[in-house]
Write a protein that binds this ligand. Structure first.
Ligand SMILES: CC(C)(COP(=O)(O)OP(=O)(O)OC[C@H]1O[C@@H](n2cnc3c(N)ncnc32)[C@H](O)[C@@H]1OP(=O)(O)O)[C@@H](O)C(=O)NCCC(=O)NCCS
Length: 110
């Protein structure tokens, strides 16, 4: 099922998916130097064990392979758990960059 969803994201939205048994990250190349880390999700029973950090590092490795120098992260301020999301983004080396509507964007130089 996850493999089919991965295919769907790639075919329909140019979005890549990295997943493990307990979490996933989605990301996309947005310009020559930037990968957007669209979302990260970790199973509730496995949070605060560094899994989101590991997934973010895996996306960073892919970004570096693509020759990128920046990662973009985003937080939807209308989503549930926005405070925790922001704490996780900031703790992974991202800094606030700008807001567009309900979305806050963060940048990490890599
Ligand atoms: C946000 C989320 C991805 C974090 O996943 P995680 O595997 O628990 O994160 P990590 O263990 O790698 O956390 C790394 C650091 O982020 C910060 N952090 C993460 N979750 C936090 C929380 N709930 N409260 C405070 N700080 C938090 C901490 O500094 C943490 O380091 P520490 O545990 O050593 O203190 C997870 O809670 C989740 O899936 N939430 C729902 C979806 C979501 O919000 N996605 C992010 C959208 S931007």
């Amino acid at each position: 099922m996850i493999s089919l969803f991965k295919d769907y994201l790639e075919e329909r939205q140019d979005v890549s998916l990295i997943s493990t048994d307990v979490g996933f990250a989605t990301y996309k190349l947005v310009d020559n130097e930037t990968v957007w880390l669209i979302d990260i999700f970790v199973d509730k029973d496995h949070r605060r064990k560094g899994i989101a950090t590991q997934l973010s590092e895996l996306v960073q490795i892919e970004a570096e392979k693509l020759g990128c120098t920046k990662m973009l992260g985003s937080v939807d301020i209308t989503a549930n758990g926005v405070t925790e999301s922001m704490k996780a983004v900031l703790s992974n080396g991202f800094n606030f960059s700008y807001a567009n509507g309900n979305i806050l964007y963060f940048v990490k130089e890599i």
